[in-house]
Ligand binder design. Structure first.
Ligand code: UDP
Length: 311
């Protein structure tokens, strides 16, 4: 039975990934320091072949026994989180990646890094293909996340080239689903909780900026396919269906049947104007493409938010 370590296991994506791996017959060790993750996301995994270890991977990682896969998902990932904890964000992307790679090397485990569409910054090429190098402001407020992830990709490739570690790089585009935190500040949790509470729905800027939204079950399927493939180059995983943030806000208001109205707030610094993955590489090399339509994914997420908020 293969054994995997997932860092960031108590987070939104990490917890779904642990569950998916268990379903594939993988024994899982989940690690998290719980600064943005929550044990309630993984409590239901007790009794399965799952162990949770509370640990901050910016410090040396000690793990007994063999290891086949190391999936490094620990990081604050919402703009308001990485603005709140900018130094931890830089440390987990740099020191955390270094420690994880060191462990993968020692155990001869295959390493997969959770990278991001933020490596493309405010992109000048649209849609974004993996061979685009990006347009990132290193000294802006988002730089802590973008540069940490760019460093993590560089470090991953260096461990592959120098030490022969088997490495995979997934560039994750906007993803949503159950277990996103109500107060996480990203567009979907913000709009859903505002609509359910009949509060104003806060669209930043004029709302013409675009995003392309992928449901969590599609994402983890893509990640697993990449992990078990022989593709060492970065691969975008995301849903190419692009929409404006204004359109998203209106969709969510309609879906919830809310009386909320849209209000406009200032656009955050360096907020990307457009974002859409080119998934040709995932399609051709992994045979993967997203399946869940937006309305279906939003309904499942809405049910989770209703339950969490008790509305
Ligand atoms: N956004 C918004 N209102 C909110 C939260 C986010 O209009 O309450 C906008 C944000 O400015 C961005 C888009 O929605 O243009 C997606 O933001 P999110 O924080 O979800 O992630 P990002 O893609 O920027 O990392």
């Amino acid at each position: 039975m293969p054994r995997a370590l997932v860092t960031g296991a108590a987070g939104f994506i990490g917890s779904h990934l642990c569950e998916y791996l268990l379903g594939r017959g993988v024994s899982v060790v989940g690690m998290d320091n719980l600064i943005t993750g929550d044990v309630s996301n993984i409590e239901h995994l007790a009794g399965r072949d799952f162990v949770f270890v509370k640990h901050d991977v910016t410090n040396y990682i000690h793990l007994e026994g063999p290891l086949d896969y190391l999936l490094h998902f620990a990081s604050p990932a919402s703009p308001i989180d990485y603005l709140r904890v900018p130094i931890q964000t830089l440390k987990v992307g740099s020191l955390g990646t270094h420690n994880s790679l060191g462990l993968a090397k020692a155990k001869k485990a295959r390493f997969l890094i959770a990278s991001t569409s933020e490596v493309y910054g405010d992109p000048l090429v649209h849609p974004q293909r993996e061979d685009y190098w990006g347009n990132v402001n290193p000294v802006g407020p988002r730089g802590v996340y973008d540069e940490a992830k760019r460093f993590a990709e560089a470090m991953t490739m260096a461990y592959h080239r120098v030490h022969g570690v088997e490495t995979r790089i997934v560039r994750i585009f906007n993803t949503y689903g159950p277990r996103m935190r109500v107060e996480d500040g990203r567009a979907i949790p913000a709009f859903l909780s505002q609509a359910l509470r009949s509060e104003d729905v806060t669209v930043f800027g004029d709302g013409t900026q675009t995003r392309s939204l992928c449901f969590i079950s599609d994402l983890v399927e893509g990640i697993y396919r990449l992990l078990t493939s022989d593709v060492r180059d970065p691969v975008n995983i995301g849903n190419p269906r692009e929409m404006t943030i204004q359109e998203l806000a209106e969709r969510i208001i309609a879906l919830t049947g809310s009386k909320s109205r849209v209000v406009h707030k200032p656009l955050p610094v360096d907020d990307p104007k457009v974002r859409q993955p080119d998934i040709t590489r995932a399609r051709t090399l992994l045979g993967w493409e997203p399946k869940v339509p937006l309305d279906e994914g939003l309904s499942v997420t809405l049910a989770y938010f209703r339950k969490t908020l008790g509305i």
